[in-house]
Design a protein around this ligand. Structure first.
Ligand code: IMP
Length: 208
C-alpha cells in the first residue's frame, strides 16, 4: 500500500527556479507545504548517474537524508532521435558556459543552437523528432524511495519561438500542435508536459 501524502511538508529537491515553479504549481491543489532545497540551505549533490532515474534518486535521497523530511526530486531532459537520444541526462550540461566575468552559467540559446547545429550537419532530411523525459523520485528519510516516469513526444523547430517556459521550450513543438512549449500558457503546459505525465502517476498513488 503506497504511503499517502496530502498534508505536512515536502521538500522540492531542486535548485532550478523554473522547475521549482512548475512543481509547486502542480502540487498546489494537493495541500502540501512545499519547501525548496535552496531555502533550507541543502547541498546540491553531484548528478553522477547515467540515467534520469539514477539522478532523480540521488537528489531525492540527498534531500531526505539531510533535511529529515520527505523529499521530491525531478530529473528531466531532452532526447533527440537523430542524436541517439542525446543530450539526455546531459541536457543542462549542454548549456554550460564560462561567462565574461569568469563565472560559470547556463545559456539555453547556446544549448538549443548546439542541438540545431548537429541536426543541420545531419542534412536537410534529418528526423527532427524529440521527446522530453521526466523522472520524479520521492524519498522518505527512512530509506523508502519510489520513482515515476513521464514523457512528451514532439519535434524540434528553428529558430526558437516564444517567451514563456524555460530551458529548451522555445524549440520544442509537442506532437499534434504547431506552437512551441514557450508559446504555451503555464497552465496549458502543466496539462500536457512530461512533468505533468509523471505527476499524474505520482498523484494517483500518493494523494486523494
Ligand atoms: P536537470 O534535470 O536539472 O538535470 O536539468 C534538465 C534540463 O532539461 C533543464 O535544465 C532544462 O534545460 C531541460 N528541461 C527539462 N524539462 C524541461 C521543460 O519542461 N522545458 C524545457 N526544458 C526542459
Amino acid at each position: 500500500m503506497p504511503r499517502r501524502l496530502g498534508s505536512g511538508s515536502l521538500v522540492i529537491a531542486t535548485h532550478n527556479a523554473g522547475k521549482l515553479k512548475e512543481i509547486s504549481a502542480l502540487l498546489a491543489p494537493h495541500g502540501m507545504n512545499c519547501l525548496s532545497a535552496g531555502s533550507l540551505g541543502l547541498p546540491e549533490p553531484a548528478e553522477t548517474g547515467e540515467t534520469f532515474i539514477q539522478n532523480a534518486v540521488i537528489k531525492a535521497r540527498s534531500a531526505a537524508e539531510t533535511s529529515g523530511i520527505v523529499s521530491l526530486a525531478d530529473d528531466s531532459g531532452l532526447s533527440v532521435a537523430a542524436l541517439s537520444g542525446r543530450p539526455g541526462v546531459y541536457t543542462a550540461d549542454w548549456a554550460e558556459r564560462q561567462w565574461f566575468e569568469g563565472k560559470p552559467g547556463r545559456d539555453w540559446y547556446l544549448a538549443m543552437g548546439k542541438v540545431e547545429g548537429l541536426l543541420c550537419e545531419a542534412g536537410p532530411d534529418v528526423d527532427r523528432s524529440a521527446w522530453f523525459s521526466c523522472v520524479l523520485a520521492i524519498a522518505w528519510p527512512d530509506g523508502e524511495t519510489l520513482v515515476y516516469e513521464g514523457r512528451v513526444d514532439g519535434s524540434l523547430t528553428w529558430p526558437p519561438r516564444g517567451l514563456l517556459g524555460f530551458g529548451y521550450d522555445p524549440v520544442f513543438i509537442p506532437s499534434g500542435d504547431t506552437r512551441t512549449f514557450a508559446e504555451y500558457d503555464p497552465e496549458e503546459k502543466h496539462r500536457v508536459s512530461h512533468r505533468a505525465d509523471a505527476f499524474a502517476k505520482l498523484v494517483a498513488e500518493h494523494f486523494g
